[in-house]
Design a protein around this ligand. Structure first.
Ligand SMILES: Cc1cc2nc3c(=O)[nH]c(=O)nc-3n(C[C@H](O)[C@H](O)[C@H](O)COP(=O)(O)OP(=O)(O)OC[C@H]3O[C@@H](n4cnc5c(N)ncnc54)[C@H](O)[C@@H]3O)c2cc1C
Length: 471
């Protein structure tokens, strides 16, 4: 690879961007740009709001904006731990080194959204929820509510996946092999690792169970391969998938075969046994099945070296959900159980508490955990809450079925820029919202899933989503 180019990347831009996105401890005592943040000592009562939303991500920002659009007199506040917004969507395009894509395209200043949309925002971390007294406890004090919306996104479940790992080893995994599925500094760390890498392999793991944005690890593989090719870095991108399932599978495989020429290698049914982060070595078990009737398979244990490791751990609902004490599903992800009734067969109200709603990746509906879905659920949830505050009733079922509820694009090539897509229809499916997905051909004339049209649509979708959240 071109050395002067790589050295430039090592020092360019990263530290400025890192300063823009900080973790909870750094912001706990920091200043906020809002009306409600008038007192800063922990334990004080900071006041009460009609609607309090926990989480200023894709779901939470949408609920707040929609409520204020429906009735500007609603008193709405968001509690968010990060100082600024960072998008997970399009972060893979940044790893891919696509033209004009950089960290500043992924980050946004919350002050703009507060100013334009009229809600308030308290920048601090939620530490507890008292549903009896309708109070949210934070690092800066307690906030009262009439209606609470839970939109905290996901957390990693290292403990479930690696029960024998010590807290120190898990901390090392977070530092040296960041999952990069959660907004914040881990996207910056992974970018720095990829852009500083020497020749060698990049390993990406894909967890079993429900996880955020199922196509994301596969898009990441395509984009990192694109970057390595562009920069002349020798090596492969190897995907160690705990299952055999690949979201948009036929479309990704088409591009790995035809665009990446064997540079992306997908391995089915691989379970990480151990990682030596100092030696940069992964030991994993793989089960190879002869055919569909083979239930036993042949088990092998392998060790591979890596240059960059993106260990995407098992996912679960953010601990805010457990803090709230609302009922969750018995699986390891702990999705929020949603209310259902004859008048409102599907809802974003929680089953446990008529004053508490949930949106985004944590919901117990059978819909994909995506930003697009978080925006849709945020809009529907806002309608439900607005009707309650106006003394009326609204049923989410009245908006279903919805044919293009989740249109999700993935970038698969940088030169030319090409994308693929999946389209989900949402419908009422018993007590929850269900979905049915299809992956259309983007270039029907050439019978290909990928197309430059879908590459452009990926960029357009991202721009539109940012406008939705921030304008
Ligand atoms: C690499 C990648 C690519 C993706 N690509 C796409 C795509 O192309 N299209 C698409 O539709 N989706 C995509 N997604 C999925 C999308 O990012 C998520 O589904 C979406 O962010 C979910 O929204 P949310 O509101 O549930 O959670 P988030 O957006 O994560 O928001 C949760 C917020 O809660 C805050 N929070 C958490 N705990 C606390 C606390 N204790 N106190 C205060 N605040 C707290 C967090 O800081 C965060 O800001 C992608 C995801 C990844 C990782």
């Amino acid at each position: 690879m071109n050395n002067s180019r790589r050295d430039l990347l090592k020092f360019a831009g990263i530290s400025a961007a890192a300063a823009a996105v900080t973790g909870c401890s750094a912001v706990a005592g920091g200043a906020s740009n809002t009306a409600s943040d008038t007192q800063t000592a922990a334990g004080k009562l900071l006041g009460k709001h009609q609607v309090v939303i926990i989480g200023g991500g894709w779901g939470g920002l949408t609920v707040a904006k929609e409520l204020k659009k429906i009735d500007s007199k609603f008193d709405v506040t968001i509690i968010e731990k990060n100082e600024s917004f960072m998008s997970c969507p399009f972060s893979n395009a940044n790893l891919g080194g696509l033209d004009g894509v950089n960290l500043s395209m992924l980050t946004h200043d919350y002050a703009q959204a507060v100013e334009r949309n009229g809600y308030s925002m308290l920048q601090t971390s939620v530490t507890g929820i008292d549903r009896v007294n309708k109070v949210v406890h934070t690092c800066k004090g307690a906030v009262g509510y009439d209606i609470l919306v839970l939109a905290p996104g996901i957390a990693y479940n290292y403990k479930e996946q690696f029960p024998t790992w010590s807290d120190d080893k898990i901390a090392k995994a977070r530092r040296l092999a960041p999952g990069a599925l959660i907004p914040g500094a881990e996207h910056i760390v992974l970018e720095r690792m990829v852009k500083n890498m020497d020749d060698g392999d990049v390993i990406i793991t894909v967890p079993s169970g429900k996880f955020r944005c199922p196509p994301a690890p596969f898009e990441r593989a395509s984009m990192i391969a694109n970057y390595m090719k562009k920069e002349g870095i020798e090596g492969k991108v190897i995907i160690l998938n705990e299952t055999a399932s690949i979201a948009k599978g036929a479309a990704f495989k088409e591009s790995w075969n035809e665009v990446n020429n064997g540079m992306v290698e997908h391995r089915d049914n691989c379970r990480i046994i151990d990682v030596d982060f100092d030696k940069k070595e992964i030991t994993y078990g793989q089960i190879v099945y002869k055919d569909e009737d083979d239930t036993e398979g042949v088990k092998t244990t392998k060790t591979i070296k890596y240059s960059v490791f993106n260990l995407i751990p098992h996912n679960m609902s953010n601990p805010v959900i457990e803090m709230s004490g609302v009922a969750t599903t018995p699986d390891a992800f702990m999705k929020v159980k949603m209310a259902t009734s004859a008048e409102k067969p599907v809802s974003f109200q929680t089953q446990s508490d008529a004053s508490v709603y949930a949106v985004g990746d944590v919901v117990g509906h059978a819909i994909p955990p995506s930003g697009q879905t978080a925006i849709w659920s945020g809009k529907e949830c806002a309608k439900e809450i607005a009707h309650v505050l106006h003394g009326k009733s609204y049923s989410v079922a009245s908006s279903l079925p919805y044919k293009s509820a989740n249109v999700c694009y993935s970038m698969v090539n940088g030169n030319p820029e090409e994308g693929i897509m999946v389209n989900h229809e949402f419908m009422v499916a018993g007590p929850v919202i269900g979905s049915k997905g299809s992956v259309p051909k983007g270039d029907e004339a050439n019978n290909k899933f990928r197309s430059t049209g879908l590459g452009k649509a990926t960029r357009d979708w991202y721009r539109g989503a940012m406008r939705d959240l921030f304008n």
